[in-house]
Design a protein around this ligand. Structure first.
Ligand code: BTN
Length: 260
């Protein structure tokens, strides 16, 4: 059985994540719902950043789902959802996962999908449990750049990739991609509910673009740790090796950078 998403498609929203979170806070969420906006005026990213996307040049949507697990049991969910984005891209473009991998697509801990080391997609997962007898409502916000754009001109500190760089002859339709990702997201969510991140760990580590590279962990502008990135553990924590010791990094407010 798959998830029967209520589909909402709007011209404009401040942030589709905020729209669904507001409903959750007001007790107005009952069924799984996916909300897509052609344009976001206040798109949000991780760590209080803004998510900038060009109107009609990105797929921006959020999906809200009621989990029968506590927040603690959902550790690693955002990483598993990154796998759903890759699978959705594969299905919508008709490019196999193996081909995508050889074309330079992969994951950067915790939640980025990169193409040629540039950011193609990001995920922002929010929500919680208002009462112990209530489900844990999770809002999974996903932004995928359909076309690349000049990051510097747009005031971003990170280079941006677009699905147009995969070289297909026909532009990728945002609705086709949306439905493909939602289908994969449903599979990931249901498997996660039955099992845990442990079942996704091996696959996530296969897509990890920074594995075995010298990396650092930053909080704001401060470097907290440095070491060789060794993939993730069964909870989705990042493993960083330095001086023969493995340190576990929880995603929270930190970001990962490659040191080369
Ligand atoms: C990140 O990379 O920092 C996360 C980006 C998440 C962006 C998506 S776009 C749809 C949804 N609505 C938002 O305001 N943010 C997420």
């Amino acid at each position: 059985m798959t998830i029967n998403w209520i589909l909402e498609r709007v011209e404009e929203s401040g942030s589709t994540n905020e729209d669904l979170l507001k409903r959750w806070r007001e007790g107005q969420l009952w069924e799984p719902v996916a909300r897509k906006a052609l344009k976001q005026t206040a798109g949000r990213g991780r760590m209080g950043r803004t998510w900038v996307s060009q109107d009609n040049q990105a797929l921006t949507f959020s999906a809200a789902y009621p989990f029968n697990k506590s927040i603690a049991q959902l550790s690693g969910l955002s990483l598993a959802c990154g796998l759903a984005v890759i699978k959705g891209i594969s299905s919508a473009t008709n490019i196999t996962e193996h081909q995508l991998e050889t074309m330079g697509l992969g994951l950067k801990w915790p939640n980025d999908v990169l193409l040629h080391q540039k950011k193609l997609a990001g995920l922002l997962i929010e929500g919680g449990q208002t009462n112990a007898d209530q489900p844990t409502w999770i809002v999974i916000g996903i932004g995928v750049n359909l076309r690349s754009f000049d990051a510097i001109k747009n005031g971003l500190d990170q280079e941006i990739a677009g699905l147009d760089q995969l070289g297909g002859s026909v532009p990728i339709d945002a609705d086709v991609l949306w439905l493909a990702i939602l289908k994969e997201l449903a599979e990931v969510i249901q498997k996660f509910e039955r099992e845990s991140f442990n079942s996704f760990k091996e696959e996530w580590n296969k897509w990890d673009l920074f594995k075995n590279q010298l990396c650092s962990i930053y909080q704001d502008k401060k470097m907290l740790h440095e070491g060789i990135e060794r993939g993730v553990d069964e909870l989705g924590y990042l493993l960083l090796e330095s001086n023969g010791q493995i340190q576990k990094i929880v995603s929270g407010d930190v970001s990962l950078r490659k040191l080369t």
